[in-house]
Design a binder for this molecule. Structure first.
Ligand code: SAH
Length: 359
């Protein structure tokens, strides 16, 4: 039994079962044993691969897109360039490099990274050591400087803890994590019936909600409406709110039991884009998309970018560029292709004109 499991089990013995949401928050963010505090999640030797780690093309196109959004917003100077959950810092590094072709944008932006993990902050600092701009690190969005903000979040919202409600004959109950007879972690249900949930559904149906994601989206949307700017969200998820459980635990590129080794596997849930869009619209923000990642990247010209890169490349490098293009925009095989599973949505100030990638 690992240290985090012992600590959670001791707390449950003392105070009773905890919500799935609390459990997921501990697994990912526990100050000593949380997944993002201790692990090397990314890359071939890690637990999963993200788009910026697959190819520089991803960060370059996002950087160009944000520069265009900044121009469409009237080129406010200064402006914040913010990334939520930057992982290894690769996306920010690729964005700042490509921004050299838009020097007015590069001069105008003040980059900030929102990252909760001190370990990942160190890695980001190394990645961005030669970025040529001073960068601030902040623990949460509220701490970012005021003013117009151009924000990107790739695979950030999927890492926020979710709550499950399960339909029983008596009504909806919240999913809890407790202990079974042998002392092992086990799923259970709250005794309390959720009074606000009255939706009719078959017994065993699950409602999955992400209150932290909703709150962060609503804070950001309020900021964009008051002070201008955009948020670009890229993540795997679904476009219509529906019933079902999408919680998954991944370790070394395979799915594992989420209760098995807390803090050692990456716990995520698919993003409910419709719920995020509602949270943003409730603040008066404009929402573009969601569209598929394939649609977005192809419209931004990823094929042209791949050709340009290939022209200067060795045959081996060309194969890599083409494989990355296929991985990022392919749609046939959801285990390999990100093009259809991943969605892209923009949230903006209400006066923002339609932006590239969304029509
Ligand atoms: N965007 C990166 C990494 C995605 S992994 C990429 O595409 O490669 C999720 C990232 O979000 C990690 O950097 C993790 O430490 C950070 N993170 C997760 N929850 C967070 C929270 N509540 N506040 C701040 N950062 C968080």
């Amino acid at each position: 039994m690992n240290a985090l499991k012992r600590e959670i089990a001791a707390n449950i013995t003392h105070d009773g079962p905890i919500s799935l949401e609390h459990y997921m928050g501990l697994c990912l963010g526990h100050p000593q044993h949380g997944y993002y505090m201790t692990r090397e999640p990314f890359g071939a030797n890690g637990d999963f691969v993200t788009a910026p780690e697959i190819s520089q093309m991803f960060g370059e196109l996002i950087g160009v897109w944000l520069a265009e959004a900044w121009r469409a917003a009237g080129a406010p100077t200064p402006a914040n360039l913010i990334e939520l959950g930057p992982g290894r810092g690769t996306l920010m590094s690729d964005m700042l490099r490509v921004a050299r072709v838009a020097p007015d944008f590069l001069d105008a932006v003040i980059p900030s990274l929102v990252e909760m993990s001190p370990r990942l902050r160190d890695i980001q600092r190394q990645t961005l050591a030669s970025a040529g701009k001073p960068i601030s690190w902040l623990e949460n969005f509220e701490a970012t400087p005021p003013g117009p903000a151009f924000i990107v979040a790739n695979e950030f919202f999927d890492a926020l803890p979710v709550r499950h409600y399960v339909k029983t004959l008596a009504g909806w109950r919240q999913r809890l994590v407790g202990l079974d007879q042998t002392g092992a972690l086990a799923f259970g249900l709250s005794e309390k019936i959720e009074p606000t949930l009255t939706a009719p559904a078959r017994e065993g149906s699950i409602i999955e909600v992400c209150p932290t994601g909703q709150r962060i989206m609503s804070d950001i949307a309020a900021r964009l409406v008051a002070q201008g700017g955009v948020l670009l969200v890229i993540d795997y998820g679904y476009t219509q709110t529906s019933l079902g459980d999408s919680l998954q635990a991944m370790s070394k590129h395979v799915y594992v039991d989420p209760l098995d080794a807390p803090g050692e596997a990456d716990l995520t849930a698919h993003v409910d884009f419709a719920a995020l869009a509602r949270a943003a619209q409730a603040q008066g923000a404009k929402v573009m998309g969601p569209v598929t990642q394939a649609h977005f990247l192809l419209q931004l010209g990823i094929e042209r970018r791949a050709e340009t890169l290939s022209r200067k490349a060795s045959p081996e490098q060309t194969r890599e560029v083409m494989a990355a293009l296929d991985r990022l925009t392919g749609v046939q095989d959801p285990r390999r292709h990100m093009g259809a599973l991943f969605k892209v949505m923009a949230v903006t100030h209400p006066d923002m004109p339609d932006l590239p990638g969304f029509f």
